[in-house]
Design a protein. Structure first.
Length: 374
């Protein structure tokens, strides 16, 4: 069928023109043109976002399907013939595949209107950056009149043909913090006359690692990672200030609050130990993706015999698809997209690759979630 023939072209066209969050203008124009060619009436939604309704004649619910649009600030190193044409930007997470799958789904649905009531496609900007595009789409009415919402993410950790799906927490709360440490600087040969911000930052990083190991229940998953330390300008000057940044990943709101409080307590007391000060800036990011039990069970029933289910643990990554699930019942799954030889560069790598055999599977997985009649 035509929808199958077009999938690779869609994906490769989109892969060539990656754009950062809220800057997806060429991507928007490409999607808009393809939707109009199908006879649909796309609508602009929050900056570069697009929604499009597909009317069916069958029974069932009004279903929304989300595809994220943005790329990442990376220089592509895949060597593909259809590699990024935009310097310093790359589709290194699979969003090009998500959009191609959504376009293919539209064509598949248009040929089978009897099998569904109405489907709303949500092409969402800026999944990769806070505050993300989901909130804006929701505020613009993208979920008005919708009964259920579904989404998927191609997953390089799973072979093609396997899916990861589970009820309850699927991906984590993702927060970030910055600790500003202030001591007093001086000559490197006279540390006794200073309050060394580099030393305090180092001690703070070490002490923060006790939060998960000694303050959180062992059965409650959590991660505290310090990603950067910035301090000083030259080898023989003791720094007056230092900055530590990091991320926190949790599934429980209580654990999220506890860790935020622990970071402040440890940072302030560590600085005080050296007669210095520390100020913590803590920002909550995307909430946890929590799949609804009923929708997961329905999806599993409809996919049984078509794909194999992988036994997966919740992932400490994050996704702003979480916001849709806070408003409507639905589910989000991982769609195996590893290379056939098993050598799959990770997501967010300049070498990241999507196995294009996953594209028709993605269409079929969503089609089966949506339709009431095979």
């Amino acid at each position: 069928m035509d929808w199958q023939k077009n999938l690779v072209r869609y994906r490769r066209d989109l892969h060539r023109i990656p754009e950062l969050g809220f800057e997806e203008h060429k991507t928007h124009d490409y999607l808009w043109a393809r939707l109009q060619e199908m006879g649909l009436s796309p609508r602009a939604a929050t900056n570069t976002g697009i929604t499009a309704d597909i009317e069916g004649t069958g029974p069932g619910q009004v279903i929304a399907v989300r595809a994220d649009m943005d790329g990442l600030p990376l220089t592509e190193e895949t060597g593909l013939e259809f590699a990024s044409q935009h310097a310093g930007v790359m589709h290194a997470c699979g969003h090009d595949a998500h959009m191609a799958i959504a376009l293919g789904l539209a064509e598949r649905l248009l040929g089978n209107r009897h099998a569904f009531k109405r489907v709303r496609l949500l092409f969402q900007p800026a999944e990769e950056r806070l505050p993300g595009g989901a909130i804006g789409l929701i505020e613009a009415g993208a979920l008005d009149g919708v009964d259920e919402v579904y989404g998927l993410h191609v997953w390089a950790n799973l072979p093609v043909g396997l899916v990861g799906l589970k009820a309850g927490p699927m991906m984590a709360n993702a927060d970030q913090f910055r600790i500003d440490i202030r001591g007093s600087g001086g000559h490197g040969s006279q540390p006794q006359a200073t309050k060394d911000a580099v030393l305090i930052a180092a001690q703070t990083v070490v002490n923060l690692q006790t939060i998960v190991s000694r303050r959180i229940r062992p059965l409650d998953p959590a991660v505290v990672t310090c990603g950067t330390i910035h301090a000083g300008h030259t080898f023989n000057i003791i720094a007056e200030t230092a900055e530590v940044t990091g991320t926190v990943r949790t599934f429980s709101a209580d654990t999220q609050t506890q860790i935020a409080n622990e970071i402040s307590r440890i940072a302030e007391r560590t600085a005080n130990l050296y007669d210095a000060s520390a100020e913590v800036h803590y920002e909550k990011g995307y909430p946890a993706v929590v799949n609804h039990e009923r929708e997961v069970a329905l999806w599993e029933e409809k996919l049984r015999g078509f794909v194999q289910f992988a036994d997966i643990d919740p992932d400490m990554g994050s996704e702003d698809f979480a916001y849709y699930l806070q408003h409507k019942p639905g589910a989000f799954l991982f769609l195996g997209a590893a290379q056939d030889d098993g050598e799959s560069p990770p997501h967010h790598s300049p070498h990241f690759l999507v196995n294009e055999r996953v594209l028709p599977l993605g269409v079929e997985v969503l089609y089966r979630a949506i339709t009431e009649i095979p």
